[in-house]
Design a protein around this ligand. Structure first.
Ligand code: PMP
Length: 288
């Protein structure tokens, strides 16, 4: 496997960064997770826009233009002979001294890893997933906005550990006000009285690219979709619940905190979104 590292492709074993990189020392950096479906990079422009927004929020100047970044992503897939896979695009603050200040870092590093993807087990998509709510709250946007896809993922890592301690693969994280924010690595949707509802990004959710695609698909399906605050009570009493994410795609949720959702089976609306999502990824994307 070849990894893109600051403009050159290096062998996996040589793909190393300095111990003085502030991405390592402070989690100072940003990233994107992107999918390649049949030689097409899905939603590449949307991912690169979100990367630019994260960079702006952290006052991190990207060393590559949108086009250059896009070319580097596609080249990383070609070099590795990938037709389908997962691309991890990382921009670190770069090498500096041991102080916090990014002013000691002359320039960021760009890393692109294009590899095979490990999905949830296939039965999750047919039988659905059981999730729980974990005690760790999603970070307050006034401290570090969860909209910034930064390398500082400890908030999510802690929640993921708590989920695993209780045998769950994914978990709901609430915000400071007790409303549902999102899951540790996925956005959450419910279906209630014929409406599809997801928390507003202001509740502490990442503006997921897959989430955004759901809005477009809902319009196509003629399904009313809205963003609003959701409580756990709302989720427990929903007819359906599903998660979205680049790696996860669309995952039916059939149990939350021990309560069956609907009849405890993946629901028809979720199935419809899953089907149209798969149709969409097969016709859409930036060709390698
Ligand atoms: N929330 C979090 C915290 C995430 O890390 C991710 C990405 N894995 C998502 C939501 C889903 O976003 P996307 O659809 O862009 O992958």
């Amino acid at each position: 496997m070849k990894v893109y590292l600051d403009g050159t492709f290096v062998d996996k074993a040589d793909a190393k960064i300095s111990v003085f990189d502030h991405g390592l020392l402070y989690g100072d950096g940003i990233f994107e997770g992107i999918r390649l479906y049949k030689n097409c990079v899905f939603q590449l422009d949307a991912h690169l826009e979100r990367l630019e927004f994260s960079a702006r929020a952290l006052l991190l100047k990207l060393p590559l233009s949108r086009q250059e970044m896009s070319d580097a992503v596609c080249e990383s897939c070609r070099v590795n002979g990938l037709e389908d896979g997962y691309i991890r695009l990382v921009v670190t603050r770069g090498v500096g001294d041991l102080g916090l200040s990014p002013s000691t870092c002359p320039g960021p590093s760009v890393i692109i890893i294009a590899d095979k993807i490990t999905l949830y087990p296939p039965e999750i998509y047919t039988d659905g997933l059981a999730i729980i709510t974990v005690p760790t709250r999603r970070m307050n946007p006034a401290a570090l906005d969860p909209g910034i896809k930064s390398l500082n993922y400890l908030n999510n890592v802690l929640a993921k550990i708590e989920a695993a301690q209780h045998g769950a693969l994914e978990a709901i994280m609430l915000n400071d006000h007790g409303y549902v924010a999102e899951c540790t690595g996925d956005n959450l949707f419910i279906v209630s009285k014929g409406r599809v509802i997801t928390p507003d990004p202001a509740a502490g959710a990442l503006r997921g690219i897959t989430r955004q695609v759901m809005f477009e698909l809902a319009e196509k399906l003629g399904m009313p979709m809205e963003e609003r605050n959701l409580t756990r009570y709302d989720v427990w009493n929903a007819e359906e619940c599903f998660l979205t994410g680049t790696a996860a795609e669309v995952v039916p949720v059939v149990k939350v905190d021990g309560r069956e959702i609907g009849d405890g089976r993946p629901g028809p609306v979720t199935q419809r979104f899953l089907d149209v999502f798969h149709e969409r990824v097969s016709v859409d994307g930036t060709m390698l």
